[in-house]
Design a protein around this ligand. Structure first.
Ligand code: AMP
Length: 140
């Protein structure tokens, strides 16, 4: 399996598509999922091209994990979450739809089920407001 630079997240990294970014460092970018499975659902991706867990460089994977932890802590506060779910899909059979490595970081509230994948598109103004709050929490 090879990396296709035409994937949606590669386009976001190149600035060819917009995203509601919440965090960036030298190895990682994180932005809100436009079809969130719960309020505040974030995707963390490495800047380096990698298809998924199977080909990512260990240092990039470690940077993604560290960013996911920072974001999870901020989400607990910003969204008054009771918990956090991480998911990560590899290849079509593993549920992957976008072929640039990404980790889903999803705030959870007791008794609230996740929405079905791709079942709900969030309004851009809602995403912008959530991104601003998360960004502020991550900067502080
Ligand atoms: P996966 O099944 O793990 O490959 O999930 C891909 C995720 O990317 C889904 O949760 C989609 O809602 C999300 N997604 C697709 N396009 C975009 C986009 N342009 N910006 C943010 N998230 C996206």
């Amino acid at each position: 399996m090879t990396y296709d630079p035409g994937n949606i997240f590669a386009k976001i990294l190149r600035g060819e598509l917009p995203a509601h970014c919440v965090y960036e460092d030298d190895r990682v970018v994180a932005f809100l999922d436009i079809m969130p499975r719960a309020t505040g659902h974030v995707l963390v991706i490495p800047k380096a091209p990698s298809r998924n867990l199977l080909d990512v460089e260990p240092d990039d994977l470690a940077a993604v994990a560290a960013a996911a932890q920072r974001i999870a802590r901020a989400q607990m506060d910003v969204f008054a979450a009771d918990g956090i779910t991480l998911t990560q899909h590899n290849e079509k059979a593993g549920g992957q739809e976008v072929f640039h490595l990404h980790v889903h970081v999803i705030p959870r509230h007791t008794g609230v089920e996740l929405r079905a994948p791709l079942s709900y598109k969030e309004a851009p103004e809602v995403l912008a407001e959530q991104a601003a709050r998360l960004k502020a929490a991550l900067a502080g």
